[in-house]
Design a protein around this ligand. Structure first.
Ligand SMILES: C[S@@+](CC[C@H](N)C(=O)[O-])C[C@H]1O[C@@H](n2cnc3c(N)ncnc32)[C@H](O)[C@@H]1O
Length: 408
């Protein structure tokens, strides 16, 4: 999509074409194109409308009903922060007293719009002209054009100390983590755009900086004194955020978003959980807890221990309702042997198995095939290591009563 196509989509003719395309999105693309063409829509506009309608349809998973009024590029949508995560971060900035924010590399504006909705005046900077134009259109669609403006330019040259004549209260940067050419994910922070050195320099110069990074970021790379926050949504790890200066409230934080509920666990990320034998209940912590290195803090909430100091399964004597982990009851434990496991599952008439693993090199799908399950019962198999020995735990899920109040 180029600027001309975007402008065409915003004319009355384009708006009608997009509305028609929206009704056809998700169906047969050739038939949709033919329908638009037979309604007299020029080929270029029809193609742009169909692409945009399809992107809006996919974007609903991240943005809900807002997606229907927003503009997207494929790359911009992939990299945009989902609405629930952006809203959470914006609320935290606002609660910390941030009134004005610079968003360096604001993309399509997902974070900026959330901040503007939280009442923050946002100055976005974006290097890509089409993305910048879409961000401005998205600000209008969200009804925050008076609080989120976008400048086209290079974030690394933007003077964050002289925004409307004064320094902004805080600076946010969500660097591009995909290669502009191939679209592949970039894992090396030095290759982010803007690059890691620029972000570190920013954190050194500007008292309140926040940047979003890949959840796989190594802890040792975080600036001294900064908070590393790992965020999951419905059990999927989605991102990490680095909060620096007075915005750093704890060394490490795991934030779990589940529907409207938010659960946060904090700690210093260096504690080690006690080690002991396999016990009756196994807790499989949320990936945000594991990546934030807060397994020991979580284990403390359930009086739990590890069976191996390097493996993040927590064992305890009682099942407790907790938002930070899934709980399974360990029914049997055996040293791993395919033959013995297959024989035992046959005895138990197991026909369905979910397979979890930590600290095991086995491939779950290959194991499932090799087990040749045939039976009526279900089971959870946990492949792990206990006292350095490959071990399989035969488990069943623990139903947590609905009325139980979770541990906080
Ligand atoms: C990950 S996206 C931002 C997504 C945004 N936070 C959102 O949720 O919609 C990063 C953006 O930074 C832009 N960018 C990368 N390097 C830049 C630079 N040096 N100056 C300005 N923008 C830059 C890219 O074009 C891209 O749109």
């Amino acid at each position: 999509m180029d600027l001309e196509q975007l402008a065409a989509l915003r004319t009355p003719e384009g708006v009608t074409a997009l509305a028609t395309a929206t009704g056809l999105a998700g169906g047969d693309p050739l038939a949709a194109a033919a329908t638009l063409r037979s309604a007299g829509v020029p080929a270029g506009l029809a193609a742009a409308a169909l692409t945009q309608a399809e992107l809006r349809r996919r974007a609903a998973a991240k943005f809900g009903p807002d997606a229907a009024g927003m503009f997207f590029t494929r790359a911009g949508l992939e990299q945009a922060t989902r609405a629930a995560v952006a809203a959470r971060r914006a609320a935290r900035l606002r609660a910390a007293g941030v009134d004005t924010l610079v968003d360096l590399g604001c993309g399509l504006g997902a974070d900026a719009i959330a901040a503007a909705r939280a009442g923050i005046r946002v100055y976005g900077v974006e290097a890509d002209p089409v993305t910048a134009a879409m961000a401005a259109a998205n600000a209008g669609a969200a009804g925050v054009a008076d609080r989120f403006t976008v400048a086209l330019g290079d974030a690394t040259e933007f003077d964050v100390t002289a925004v409307d004549g004064a320094p902004a209260d805080a600076v946010f940067c969500d660097p591009a983590r995909r290669s502009a050419g191939t679209g592949r994910r970039i894992f090396d922070p030095a290759a982010y755009s803007p690059p890691w050195d620029f972000l570190l320099g920013l954190a050194g110069r500007v008292p309140r900086t926040v940047f979003k990074v890949a959840p796989g970021i190594e802890h040792r790379l975080l600036p001294t004194g900064a908070e590393g926050e790992w965020v999951s949504v419905d059990g999927d790890l989605v991102e990490a955020t680095v909060w620096s200066g007075p915005l750093a409230a704890a060394p490490r934080r795991a934030t779990l978003l589940a529907g409207a509920a938010v659960h946060e666990l904090t700690g210093d990320g260096t504690r080690r959980a006690p080690v002991g034998p396999v016990r009756r209940y196994l807790y499989d912590p949320d990936p945000a807890v594991v990546r934030a290195a807060l397994v020991a803090e979580f284990a403390g909430t359930v009086d739990g221990t590890l069976a191996d100091p390097e493996i993040a399964y927590v064992y305890a004597d009682t099942p407790a309702p907790t938002p930070y982990a899934r709980c399974l009851e360990v029914v049997e434990s055996m040293p791993f042997s395919l033959k013995r496991l297959r024989a035992r599952l046959r005895e138990l008439r197991v026909g369905r198995a979910e397979i979890l693993k930590r600290g095991s090199a086995l491939e779950p799908e290959r194991l499932r095939r090799d087990l040749r399950l045939a039976g009526t019962e279900g089971i959870s198999l946990v492949l792990t290591r206990v006292a350095d020995a490959p071990t399989v735990l035969l488990c069943r899920p623990v139903p947590i009563p609905e009325h139980a109040s979770p541990i906080r």
